[in-house]
Ligand binder design. Structure first.
Ligand code: HEC
Ligand code: HEC
Length: 493
């Protein structure tokens, strides 16, 4: 009852720091100065943003001014209010306040397909309903010199509700064959964690890791849902050429400035609606954005001494009902064992199938809960039959469905064989490998309350739906009380 009430009262309250601005939405080229620290309310409490290098003057700053042709800057899709990502609700709000004219709705990827009538809401349904942007990727994938990469499978479009994958202009049969998948923006914050943990050989595949084109050194391969970008610099170039539709490449100085900004901005929940302030002496040492700023990146969560999100002992023992619930949720995340099964790149790498482990087996990196090694795993969100989409074809989902047929010579997907139906092949669209179909790089689990919905395809509207997915997927048999604890915990991150 409580929770429903809060959800209906979601209307974002305005931060006092932005006096004179009508909303907490940062417009491109608004020339404001972002304070060194700031807070924004959301349905689960308050998110805190820290600029570790001090106040940020956005005037002329390449993260905050449009560098392309469609009026968009990075900040359109990476807003402080939403933990440097976006919520789907914020898109509905933007649609209403701007009559659908905000550059975030640009035809190129802010609509289901650029060839749809752009003034109609239905043409932007994936962004409005699920917070998804179109990600057009070339098929087959290309090497850095532009030559086609060898691939192990054939891909066919089985269902195409957006029309984009079968379009003569934009689809798989167009002059530049393209697959369109639809994905959530990942937070452009706390990136020192995302960018740490490089290993020369990728544990999951035994193959050499991608390298930084500037230094030739291996990269961690945790950037983007499919690890297609080796560095923040290459990512920024692609975002400028793609999302911002620039005609020419950005300058070195612009790229440096973007990476400098991204590398010092931290985002995390700072107050929980029920449990109150989260950055308290004697409390768990990982909550709140200051901990993200101060802690070391690239550390494995340790069961005994320093679990993924720290120690909650004082809260577990204390008398505050909600803090105790958050602490119990942290224990479930870290210690509650269940049978993880049929998960490519976890069960298939020598751990056994099934294997009795925990949430933190996959989400193992301290402070953000990503994977310390290259983090693509097929947990099942996009592949039939465990996908999050409606289970019958009659209750239609708005996502495209692809049929993947792997060649007889290729290693099959370890659990789904050589014919796979999927709404997003994930890493396989980049590697061309059958074993990677449906593998998605784990996101950081911070600022979650500020940026629903969840999973790469925005299919879980609430944290409760995330937990329900896992409960079903791995038959965890969580009680209602346990689910509530886990939701309270995730909402405090
Ligand atoms: C139109 C919306 C949009 C714009 C504009 C945009 N992004 Fe993104 N950003 C996304 C989406 C969507 C993803 C996830 C893509 C994927 O996973 O394939 C993303 C991912 C990222 C990530 C990866 C984070 C992680 O943990 O993997 C970074 C960093 C990032 N964007 C920075 C930028 C920068 C810098 C700019 C400006 C040059 C920018 N973005 C412009 C939508 C946008
Ligand atoms: C077998 C590995 C694995 C296990 C176990 C696992 N996860 Fe995940 N988790 C993933 C992967 C991979 C993704 C990305 C999937 C996607 O986005 O569709 C993910 C995504 C998420 C997200 C979405 C984050 C976002 O920004 O959208 C949350 C929240 C999450 N997991 C929480 C949990 C919790 C809680 C548990 C334990 C009940 C758990 N995970 C167990 C691999 C795992």
């Amino acid at each position: 009852m409580h929770r429903l009430f809060v959800f209906l009262g979601i209307a974002v309250t305005l931060s006092a720091q932005y006096q004179g601005l009508k909303s907490t939405w940062v417009e491109p080229s608004s020339n404001i100065v972002l304070p060194a620290s700031d807070t924004f309310d959301n349905s689960n409490g308050t998110v805190g943003i820290i600029n570790a290098a001090g106040p940020v003057n956005t005037e002329g700053h390449p993260f905050f001014v449009p560098l392309g042709t469609n009026g968009r800057a990075c900040v359109n899709c990476h807003q402080p209010t939403y933990a440097m990502s976006l919520s789907a609700a914020s898109m509905v709000e933007r649609w209403i306040t701007t009559g659908g004219k905000d550059p975030v709705f640009a035809a190129f990827d802010g609509s289901n397909c650029p060839n749809l009538p752009q003034d109609q809401k239905s043409s932007h349904s994936l962004l409005l309903n699920r917070g998804l942007f179109r990600i057009p990727l070339p098929w087959p994938p290309k090497n850095s010199d532009g030559s086609p990469k060898p691939v192990e499978f054939k891909i066919e479009v089985v269902r195409d509700p957006t029309g984009c994958n079968t379009s003569a202009e934009y689809g798989l049969r167009s002059s530049e064959p393209t697959i369109s998948v639809y994905r959530r923006p990942r937070p452009a914050a706390n990136l020192k964690y995302v960018m740490s943990g490089a290993q020369a050989i990728v544990l999951k595949t035994g193959m050499p890791a991608d390298v930084d084109p500037e230094t030739g050194k291996p990269v961690p391969m945790n950037l983007m849902s499919d690890a297609r970008e080796p560095t923040l610099k290459t990512q920024a170039v692609s975002a400028i050429m793609g999302h911002e539709q620039a005609g020419g490449a950005p300058t070195q100085k612009q790229l440096d400035k973007i990476v400098e900004f991204e590398s010092q901005v931290y985002a995390a929940q700072i107050a929980h609606i029920w449990a109150g302030p989260l950055e308290l002496p004697g409390g768990p040492g990982t909550l709140g954005p200051a901990a993200l700023r101060d802690r070391r990146a690239g550390v494995l969560g340790d069961n005994e001494y320093d679990p993924v999100f720290g120690r909650f002992d004082n809260w577990r023992k204390g008398s505050d009902y909600y803090r105790a619930s958050v602490a119990r949720g942290a224990d479930i995340f870290m210690f509650r064992q269940f049978w993880i099964r049929d998960t490519a790149h976890i069960n298939s790498i020598g751990l056994g199938n099934p294997v009795k482990r925990t949430c933190a087996t996959c989400h193992n990196a301290q402070t953000t809960g990503q994977d310390l090694s290259a983090g693509w795993v097929d947990v099942g969100t996009t592949n039939f039959p465990t996908w999050t989409e409606p289970s019958t074809w009659a209750e239609s989902s708005e996502l495209p469905v692809f049929k993947i047929t792997c060649s007889a010579k290729a290693d099959p997907h370890p659990y789904l064989g050589r014919v796979i139906y999927t709404t997003d092949p994930g890493r396989a669209l980049i590697s061309g490998r059958c074993v990677d179909v449906g593998s998605i790089v784990m996101q950081q689990l911070r600022g979650l309350a500020a940026r629903p919905p969840y999973f790469v395809n925005g299919s879980a509207k609430t944290l409760r739906e995330v937990v329900d997915y896992y409960d079903r997927r791995f038959d965890m048999k969580l009680s209602d009380a346990e689910k509530e604890d886990l939701v309270n915990f995730l909402g405090a991150l």
